[in-house]
Design a protein around this ligand. Structure first.
Ligand SMILES: Cc1cc2nc3c(=O)[nH]c(=O)nc-3n(C[C@H](O)[C@H](O)[C@H](O)COP(=O)(O)OP(=O)(O)OC[C@H]3O[C@@H](n4cnc5c(N)ncnc54)[C@H](O)[C@@H]3O)c2cc1C
Length: 311
């Protein structure tokens, strides 16, 4: 079977270097939590957990294919000796249905990478929309998520509600540029402490107003009151506030996002996220990302690129 066009060792090496692990076929790159001296929690890198991936029932095609008779050669489709990742198999089957390419002259699974290269190089990316992946993304700041949610096509997003959750789960994200600079790092920690304290103080004051029956926070039920306090208090939280989400995208959308956001011109924090997304995806399905190259930039960070952009 053809796999990825780039060195799989290179991908595996970076995946491991970033703390990547695979459990039951689901890759994860966790992000450790740090604390300031005052105990404010913060993270230095995105955490990416693959929550869901396709499962494809090729055998289920049997009854359909048999209906065309044994002379068609279609029934043998489900006996292809080369197993593909489920996401590749799903997209390949969808693509082959278009031309009823189930007979002996079809592209077999052994040549799946070439099959997808023909599609992506021609911009026929619609079959890639069948395979979706879901991720938990954390250790990402509000400014990164504001960029990520600009991608509308082919995605689903559920993000933490700053109206609903309390200061007890408040965490911050330190930008890569601050981490190795003593002054900038100290300033970041001071800022995070200050924001946490100010948020708590503001929430406390707003609750007092609420208890005194202020019209501003007029709320009949406790949840409403809490929401009204938090939706007001959150206004002082910085862009550095962590804003976790569950993010689902189909492969066509995910490819576009990686191409835009793992590019050298992308903002550094979202590039860190896009690189991790790529590493998890290419680990699970090297075929659908066969054309991608993982490259090291002069500053030692990474980018991902392909000659078949925007399939
Ligand atoms: C380096 C960089 C700098 C940026 N700077 C800015 C900035 O200064 N200001 C700013 O506002 N944004 C900025 N952006 C965000 C950018 O403009 C896009 O909003 C974002 O990248 C989402 O990409 P997309 O438009 O391709 O949308 P996606 O939702 O990812 O859509 C994928 C593709 O589907 C098609 N599509 C989606 N929606 C529609 C639609 N409604 N109509 C027709 N076709 C559609 C398009 O072909 C689109 O490319 C920047 C992005 C990058 C990567």
């Amino acid at each position: 079977m053809q796999t990825t066009g780039q060195s799989t060792e290179r991908v595996a090496e970076l995946f491991e270097k970033l703390g990547g692990e695979i459990s039951d076929g689901f890759p994860t790159i966790h992000s450790p939590v740090s604390h300031t001296k005052s105990g404010t929690a913060y993270l230095k890198a995105p955490g990416v957990v693959m929550l869901a991936r396709p499962q494809t029932n090729v055998a289920g095609l049997g009854g359909f294919l048999e209906g065309f008779g044994s002379s068609s050669g279609f029934p043998a489709y489900i006996e292809d000796p080369t197993a593909l990742p489920d996401s590749s198999q799903l997209c390949k089957t969808a693509g082959q249905l278009c031309y009823m390419s189930f007979g002996p002259r079809r592209t077999t699974n052994e040549n799946a990478a070439g099959y997808f290269e023909r599609l992506t190089s021609a911009g026929h990316g619609s079959v890639l929309e069948h395979a979706s992946f879901s991720f938990l993304l954390y250790g990402i700041s509000r400014s990164v998520t504001h960029e990520l949610v600009r991608h509308r096509a082919g995605v689903g997003i559920s993000q933490v509600s700053q109206r609903y959750v309390s200061g007890a789960v408040l965490r911050f994200v330190e930008r890569p540029e601050y981490q190795d600079d003593r002054d900038l790092h100290a300033l970041f920690e001071e800022r995070a402490d200050r924001a946490a304290v100010e948020y708590e103080a503001m929430a406390g004051r707003l609750l007092e107003r609420q208890e005194q029956g202020a019209a501003l926070l007029d709320a009949e039920y406790k949840t409403d009151a809490r929401k009204k306090v938090q939706q007001t208090a959150r206004s002082l939280l910085p862009n550095e506030t962590e804003a976790p989400m569950v993010f689902t995208g189909n492969v066509r959308a995910l490819r576009h996002i990686i191409e835009m956001r793992a590019d050298e011109h992308a903002e550094s924090e979202i590039r860190n996220l896009a690189i991790r997304l790529f590493l998890c995806l290419v680990t699970v399905d090297p075929i659908l990302f066969h054309d991608y190259q993982l490259l090291t930039l002069p500053d030692g960070t990474y980018k991902v690129t392909t000659k078949y952009r925007k399939a």
